[in-house]
Each structure stands twice: as C-alpha cells, then as structure tokens.
Design a binder for this molecule. Structure first.
Ligand SMILES: NC(=O)C1=CN([C@@H]2O[C@H](COP(=O)(O)OP(=O)(O)OC[C@H]3O[C@@H](n4cnc5c(N)ncnc54)[C@H](O)[C@@H]3O)[C@@H](O)[C@H]2O)[C@@H](O)CC1
Ligand SMILES: Nc1ncnc2c1ncn2[C@@H]1O[C@H](COP(=O)(O)OP(=O)(O)O)[C@@H](O)[C@H]1O
Ligand SMILES: [Mg+2]
Length: 277
C-alpha cells in the first residue's frame, strides 16, 4: 500500500534525551568508504552521523583521508580500511554500519563489502549506499537473508544496475516486483524519493532540485545512520531521516541557488531540537 510520509514524522520520532544517559545510549555507528578519489563522500556521511547525535562514530577509510577527516571532524574515530581484522572488530561493535559512500569499485572495496555482509547480525542496521550498490550489481552480491536490518539507498541509476530496470522504464509496478526479491528496505532516491518496506511504500512529499549536487546522498546515508542508531521503531526512524534531509534542503533552497551538503549538515542538530518531544 502506498502512503505519504506525514509532515509530523519528526515530532513523532525525535525524542528528548533522558538525563541519565551517556554516549553509549545513542548508538555506535561505523561508516565504511572513501577511497583516494572520493574521500569527501565518507567525510560528509560521517559529519552527518555525528551531527544527528550518534553517540560514537568511527570512520573506516583509506589512509589518504585520515588527516582531512581528523581535521574536519575530530569527533569521529578513524580506522585504516586496509586493516581487515580492525575493520571486523569495528563492525562487530557497531549498532549501525554504513557502507558505500565513495567506496569505489576495486578489489579492496569488494573485500570490504563481503566482509560486512558476512559479519552483520540481526541486532544491527546496515545501510548500503553508492559504490556498494554498484558493486553488488557488478559482482552478484546479494543481501544476506535473515541477518541485519538492511537499508539500500540507490539513486535511479544505481537502482537500474541492481534491479535491471532502465531508468526510463522504472515505475511503481516494476519497482515493487524487483524490490520483492530483496530482503531490505529500499530508499529509491529521486525528486520525490520512495521508500519500499516489505509490504508498504512511502512517498517523500518534499525536496528540491537545489539538492541535486554531489555529496547530497552521502549526507542522507549519514543522517539515516544517526536516526536508526537512536530512534525506534527503525522504519519510522528511516522515514524521519529521509524527511529531515529534504526539509533542510528546502530550507536552504529558499535562499540559496544550490543546497550544499556541508551547509545542510550544519542545520541538522538545531532543527532536530525544534522537533524533540
Ligand atoms: N565528494 C565526493 O567524494 C563524492 C563522491 N561520490 C561517490 O562517488 C561514487 C559514485 O557515485 P555517483 O552517483 O557519482 O556515480 P554513478 O555512476 O553511480 O551515478 C551517476 C549517474 O547516475 C545518474 N543519476 C543519479 N540520480 C539520478 C536520477 N534521480 N535520475 C536519473 N539519473 C540519475 C547521474 O545523472 C549519473 O549519470 C559513490 O561512491 C558516491 O558515494 C558522489 O557522492 C559525489 C561526491
Ligand atoms: N531534483 C531533486 N529534487 C529533490 N531531491 C533531489 C533532487 N535531486 C537530488 N535530490 C536528492 O539528493 C540526493 C542525491 O543522492 P545521490 O545521487 O546518491 O548523491 P551523491 O551520491 O552525490 O551523494 C537524494 O537524496 C535525492 O533525493
Ligand atoms: Mg550517492
């Protein structure tokens, strides 16, 4: 059944922080991505996760990105993505794992994707974005059944690669048929993003072309991580994350020709405060 994300989703989802709490209360997020070329993608995703309030954030990325990540985001811890035993341990400890922003498509990237898919458990959320989706399509890697709660966040071209449906032929009926074969929530990103759960589908009623700029999807992946790490139920947290991302994009789009991801990230925490209940 097709629904529209309600405009009060943020106040329904964002809760006041209990006084007796600590960083461990707000989730451990591990974000894996950022090769030599796409370091900005994983930095934006990590900044978004930190700014939504995730308690502990670890970024697993290429060594070339460590200094810039530390300089921009001292709140995040950093792990070298070539150190697979260390990556495995970070993945084990995480409540939410994001894999894909700027991950790239080489053998190192594929090894990381396989490591994550083999390691995640039922208690965890795994957000699969960007290059990780393209890698799944190119190497026939499927979402492991009955393990973690998986969230796939393809844009239309990535969905074409994964589902086999050309961008121009994507429609409600064909998308639903393809989604049925994937044991994950699918966030199909576009002008009016659609979120497919097992039976229900939600349409995001907001968003602006000012958001059509590199790094905007990486930012969404980080917001989804922060929300699913902190708020229940997970499906609602996902819808709220998608909605907040577009709300902030619209807010920026009123006074800016283009909504820059880094500017959007700067608005997250203040806006969340307005909706806490
Ligand atoms: N600063 C950075 O480091 C950035 C890194 N990025 C990373 O770069 C990697 C490659 O991702 P890209 O998405 O750039 O490349 P892809 O090759 O996966 O997709 C780009 C193509 O998809 C098309 N497309 C996207 N959304 C569409 C829509 N709604 N309708 C129709 N066509 C659509 C684009 O026009 C383009 O032709 C990913 O890992 C991504 O995370 C990008 O996020 C850009 C910024
Ligand atoms: N015309 C548009 N209207 C509304 N939202 C848009 C528009 N263009 C892009 N977006 C949003 O921006 C994000 C782009 O994601 P993606 O293509 O993965 O970017 P990147 O990989 O560069 O970070 C998605 O959330 C998408 O819904
Ligand atoms: Mg993307």
């Amino acid at each position: 059944m097709q629904h529209i994300i309600p405009h009060n989703i943020l106040s329904q989802t964002i809760t006041k922080r209990p006084a007796v709490s600590h960083k461990g209360t707000y989730g451990r997020v591990a974000l894996i991505g950022g090769n030599q070329q796409f370091g900005g993608a994983i930095i934006l995703a990590s900044e978004a996760a930190v700014n939504t309030g995730a308690g502990l954030v670890t970024t697993v990325t290429a060594p070339e990105n460590h200094a810039s990540l530390h300089a921009r985001l001292p709140e995040a811890m950093v792990v070298d993505w070539t150190d697979l035993p260390a990556v495995k341990e970070i993945v084990r400890q995480a409540s939410v794992i994001v894999i894909g922003p700027g991950l790239g498509l080489d053998s190192q990237s594929l090894a990381l994707l396989k490591l994550v898919f083999a390691s995640v458990t039922r208690q965890q959320v795994c957000v699969v974005d960007g290059s990780a989706i393209t890698l799944m399509a190119e190497h026939d890697v499927t979402v492991p059944n009955h393990s973690a709660a998986f969230i796939l966040t393809p844009h239309k071209k990535e969905w074409e690669r994964l589902s086999g449906i050309p961008v121009t032929e994507q429609n409600e009926e064909r998308n639903l048929l393809a989604k049925e074969k994937i044991p994950a929530a699918v966030v199909l990103k576009k002008h009016r993003t659609e979120i497919f759960f097992e039976t229900d589908t939600y349409l995001n009623p907001i968003g602006t072309p000012a958001m059509a700029t590199g790094g905007m999807g990486d930012t969404l992946a980080g917001i989804i991580a922060g929300f699913t790490a902190q708020f229940q139920p997970k499906d609602k947290a996902l819808l709220a994350a998608v909605y907040l991302h577009s709300l902030l994009g619209e807010q920026l789009g009123k006074s800016h020709y283009v909504a820059l991801p880094s500017k959007l990230i700067g608005l997250i925490s203040r806006t969340m405060k307005q909706f806490e209940t």
